[in-house]
Design a protein around this ligand. Structure first.
Ligand SMILES: *Cc1c(COP(=O)(O)O)cnc(C)c1O
Length: 472
């Protein structure tokens, strides 16, 4: 009798571990993960949930679908291009390849010709200076926040940095008071505030002007012998409208020259040149031409690259920043340097494509998807999102679906993140590679079938539309 018990035919662990597919999976997954998957399948067979003959195929299937990390790739159907909750910029194909190539040993700090140590990240630096001829030098650090902290700390000049004091406009000042407009003291997201960040290294903030209006004279009156720098911050995640005034970089340059102060411009996002789609978004070339000693931008916003902070500008200022002791704690890794270089060398990337998308084409794709999933095409504005072009609508189209589909879509495979807005689930294909349109259609139909089969279950997604613009 025992011999006919199908459970006796459940494959043994050592047999499963010896399968070629399982051995191959060992290159990606840990042995404990593999064993856990094996035990799970054996337990399912023992419980009669799957036949014994299905144990090996089940193990192989689970191993191949198991992601190496807990991060789940998602299709971004929100229409928000730089979506901080979804990792900001998706890398271009060439940047992904560059990252993959840099994962092993690479000559990040070695000259292969001489075999001697070389400067770190020269390739990324060369590519950046080529893309931005107005900059004499550039430093890449961990992110925009690190770049800002480092720049205001290093340029306040009260630390021994080995500088010979001949740096002209960025000569050492006795203490560190950073003059910044009250209207530019921003919170960048998740409760992080730029003024708090800048004061962590002992600098003080001197707020000038009013929330809505700041004039050149406000800056001029605040300058004293404690002043370390003038800081201009792009209000990248909100807009003040109405009775407003702010001071342009060119006017601040004159004031900075008069008092021999460094002028730092934190642009937040990273356009190298003006973009006709985003007329109010500052660009690096323009800020440098207007006279900023250094500009600061993030790598993973409109630049379309990896998380990084770029400091571009006059070589004396950049060198002073690069040699500050804090710089070592904010150093970028080789993967980031590889991705930056590839991103900057090729102007096309998913962020630019989503921004400049052909709206007629987008509509056709939406219509096709709507017919696949019995949805309705509606006009829908996309957004830049995460710290760029606040409030600027990017006209386009979306497929409207019932709100209760949003959650099963997020939890499906592929995971699809739609926009939940005013009781609707909106699928905007702007940030979805066109090759994935059909996968979205199938995902919607699967989500629908599952929702229907679970009648009575509260399949309603949380109303997860956190203010649509606040993704910095
Ligand atoms: C986004 C942003 C930052 C912070 O940059 P991270 O790369 O996110 O660290 C700083 N300043 C401004 C104006 C920003 O928009």
């Amino acid at each position: 009798m025992a011999d006919t018990d199908p459970r006796r035919r459940i494959p043994r662990t050592d047999h499963l571990l010896a399968l070629p597919e399982v051995i191959t999976a060992g290159e990606r997954l840990s042995q404990s993960t593999i064993r856990a998957i094996i035990f799970e399948a054996q337990a399912a067979a023992r419980a009669g949930e799957i036949p014994a003959a299905e144990v090996a195929p089940t193990v192989i299937e689970h191993l191949s679908s198991r992601s190496v990390s807990s991060l789940t790739p998602v299709l971004n159907a929100t229409g928000i291009i730089v979506h901080t909750n979804l990792g900001r910029a998706p890398l271009s194909a060439s940047a992904r390849r560059a990252v993959a190539d840099a994962t092993g040993y690479v000559d990040v700090e070695m000259d292969l010709d001489s075999g001697k140590r070389s400067k770190r990240g020269t390739g990324a630096k060369r590519a950046l200076l080529r893309a931005c001829p107005g900059a004499e030098d550039v430093l890449v650090v961990n992110n925009g926040a690190a770049a800002l902290l480092l720049a205001v700390t290093a340029l306040r000049g009260d630390e021994a940095t080995g500088n010979d004091g001949s740096a002209g406009a960025i000569d050492a000042k006795v203490a560190g008071e950073i003059i910044v407009s009250r209207g530019e003291l921003i919170e960048i997201g998740a409760g992080f505030r730029l003024p708090d960040l800048m004061t962590t290294t002992g600098s003080r903030i001197r707020e000038v002007g009013m929330t809505n209006r700041t004039h050149l004279d406000d800056y001029a009156r605040a300058i004293n012998n404690q002043t370390a720098s003038l800081l201009k911050v792009h209000t990248s995640n909100f807009r003040v409208e109405g009775f407003t005034a702010s001071v342009e970089i060119a006017a601040l340059r004159e004031l900075a020259d008069e008092h021999e102060l460094p002028l730092i411009a934190d642009l937040g996002s990273g356009l190298f040149e003006p973009d006709p789609y985003l007329p109010d978004e500052p660009d690096i070339a323009g800020a440098l031409a207007a006279g900023a000693d250094v500009v600061i931008v993030s790598g993973d916003k409109l630049l379309g690259g990896p998380q990084a902070g770029l400091i571009l500008g006059r070589s004396d200022a950049v060198q002073r920043i690069a040699t500050h002791p804090l710089a070592r704690a904010m150093r970028t890794d080789k993967l980031t340097l590889a991705a930056i270089e590839a991103t900057v060398a090729n102007t096309e990337n998913p962020v630019r494509q989503a921004l400049h998308i052909d709206v007629d084409r987008l509509r056709k794709r939406a219509e096709r998807l709507a017919s696949l999933v019995s949805g309705t095409v509606v006009a829908h504005d996309g957004r830049v999102g995460g710290g760029g072009a606040p409030g600027v609508p990017l006209p386009g189209w979306a497929v409207e679906l019932p709100e209760e589909l949003a959650r099963p879509l997020r939890l499906g495979d592929p995971a699809v993140v739609a926009r939940v807005h005013q009781g609707r689930c909106l699928i905007d294909l702007r940030c979805v590679p066109e090759v994935d349109d059909d996968r979205i259609g199938e995902a919607v139909n699967r989500a629908r079938a599952n929702t229907r089969s679970r009648l009575g279950d509260d399949g309603v997604g949380s109303s997860d539309d956190p203010d649509f613009t606040n993704h910095a």
